[in-house]
Design a protein around this ligand. Structure first.
Ligand code: ITT
Length: 199
């Protein structure tokens, strides 16, 4: 069973590839959408992760006959009123991981309340129609600085108390067991397995 994913983010893609087999669904073959880079990007102007995920999934489902999912995700920092939120990928003017991280740390300087969460919403679509959405979250804290060589995006800033370190300091597999994306993907794969019987 082929399940396509529509993402331009290499970090997300690496986590999706790890997912199906490790989550106990070796029959589901997660493949990127062919030619995604040649397609005009979908505008992500929704006010919520749900709106953007649905928009992306439905948009890209017109380019394949296979079922396809999109992930809209990000970091919500309580002391920053939920920012960067849906603007996570383009929080700084440069929009790079290192500049985004620098800006979060700068805005958090001197703040005692450092609670934050990662949110991931996955939308599944088929032939131009939305099938379902799935949401995962994980609670943590914004560290005082960046640590660790693993992961992507805000992982080096995201201190996860049960691990006693940041997501940047653990292997991808360990992160996926507890992460927002791992949780949303588990729900997606359960749903897909039960509802799509595609030969
Ligand atoms: P696609 O829309 O093509 O999937 P994108 O990077 O633009 O790629 P989003 O709009 O969903 O994706 O933005 C998500 C951003 O949130 C991402 O660029 C990271 O900066 C951050 N993010 C999401 N999940 C993360 C994770 O697991 N670890 C670290 N940062 C994460």
């Amino acid at each position: 069973m082929i399940l396509r994913c529509a993402t331009t983010n290499a970090g997300k893609l690496r986590e999706f590839h790890l997912a199906a087999e490790r989550l106990g669904f070796p029959q589901i073959d997660i493949q990127p959408l062919d030619g995604l880079k040649q397609i005009e990007p979908c505008e992500e102007d929704g006010a919520t992760f749900e709106e953007n995920a649905v928009k992306k999934a439905v948009y890209y489902s017109r380019y394949t006959a296979d079922p396809i999912f999109a992930d809209d995700s990000g970091l919500e920092v309580d002391a920053l009123g939920g920012e960067p939120g849906v603007y996570s990928a383009r929080y700084s003017p440069e929009g790079t991981d290192s500049e985004n991280n620098r800006l979060v740390l700068e805005r958090m300087e001197g703040r005692a309340d450092r609670t934050a969460r990662f949110v991931c919403v996955i939308a599944l679509a088929h032939e131009g129609r939305l099938a379902a959405t799935f949401r995962g979250t994980v609670e943590g804290r914004i560290a005082q600085g960046e640590s660790g060589p693993h992961g992507f995006g805000y992982d080096p800033l995201f201190y996860y108390p049960p691990f006693g370190c940041t997501f940047g300091e653990v292997e991808r597999e360990r992160k996926m067991r507890v992460s927002h994306r791992g949780e949303a993907l588990r729900q997606l794969l359960d749903y897909f397995f039960l509802n799509f019987h595609i030969e």
